[in-house]
Write a protein that binds this ligand. Structure first.
Ligand code: SF4
Ligand code: SF4
Ligand code: FES
Length: 268
């Protein structure tokens, strides 16, 4: 008989009748799928959806670690399910749950609304004081200028770092690792003039200063973004910014539309 693997999959139906206490609880449902050493957890979930139980809900798209939509808890760790091979756990059962620290919409699907709002708050895009003319061509960068932020630009918004972050678990307003790393990424970009527009959010109580530098976010990041390092670098920039505001208040007035620290450090 062909080998099989058991998956214990979290199920939650928001339309199910509530229990006696008025709440709806999730439950685990066990499925047996063929074991294939080349299958990842996402393949097994797709097999369940296609062959065993069409009511299962889960998100995915690219199947190659690019879209960031298949993040889930796999045996307690935040993982991209398209990069988590069954053979890592076989023959032990594999427990699949939605990402922790997010509200569950249905089964393995979480609500990303809060994250999207935090992401928007850090303005994760290039902000220019003046747009160049089209005929002048692209904004050029030296290799060192690219290297200053490239690692932080690899984020695919998979949210694994939020599921791993203990602060994100108890501080609902914490801007969190990926959004802060992306804000820092643009502050480091030599083409960007948006430091002053990100400052109030990124350097606020609910942002970099809530981070306790435990580093779990960087441990789980499948793209090696290292958000913990980005946040600590941003703390240094915030400290420089604060000192400048004390000793050179006139200069700070000018930085209301022009960045100070990050531009100095970013163009190496
Ligand atoms: S380093 Fe900061 S953001 Fe990363 S897991 Fe720890 S507290 Fe969260
Ligand atoms: S920083 Fe890493 S873990 Fe966090 S969302 Fe981006 S890619 Fe995912
Ligand atoms: S399906 Fe796109 S990252 Fe996994």
């Amino acid at each position: 008989m062909a080998e099989t693997t058991k998956l214990e999959v979290f199920r939650y139906d928001p339309d199910a009748p509530p229990g006696p206490d008025g709440t709806r609880e999730g439950r685990f449902q066990t499925y047996e799928v063929p074991f294939n050493k080349d299958w990842v957890v996402l393949d097994a979930l797709n097999y369940i959806k296609d062959q065993l139980d069409g009511t299962l809900s889960h998100r995915w798209s690219c199947r190659m670690g690019v879209c960031g939509s298949c993040g889930m808890m796999v045996n307690g760790a935040a993982r991209l399910t398209c990069n988590a091979f069954l053979r890592e756990w076989h023959p032990e059962p594999i427990r699949v749950e939605p990402l922790t620290n997010f509200p569950v919409v249905r089964d393995l699907v979480v609500d990303m609304t809060g994250f999207m709002e935090k992401l928007q708050a850090v303005h994760p895009y290039l902000i220019r004081k003046e747009q160049g003319k089209l005929e002048d061509g692209e904004y050029k960068q030296l290799p060192g200028e690219l290297a200053a932020y490239k690692q932080f630009s690899m984020c695919i918004n998979c949210l694994c770092c939020y599921a791993a972050c203990p602060v994100a678990g108890f501080e609902e307003n914490f801007i969190g690792p990926a959004a802060l790393a992306l804000g820092h990424r643009y502050n480091l970009d030599s083409r960007d003039d948006g430091f002053a527009e990100r400052r109030d959010v990124m350097f606020s109580h609910d942002a970099i200063w809530q981070c306790t530098f435990i580093g779990e976010c960087s441990e789980v990041c499948p793209k090696k973004v290292d958000p913990a390092a980005a946040i600590q670098q941003a703390k240094i920039e915030a400290t420089k910014d604060w000192f400048l505001s004390k000793i050179l208040p006139r200069a700070m007035e000018r930085t209301a539309s022009a960045p100070v620290g990050p531009r100095e450090g970013g163009a190496s």
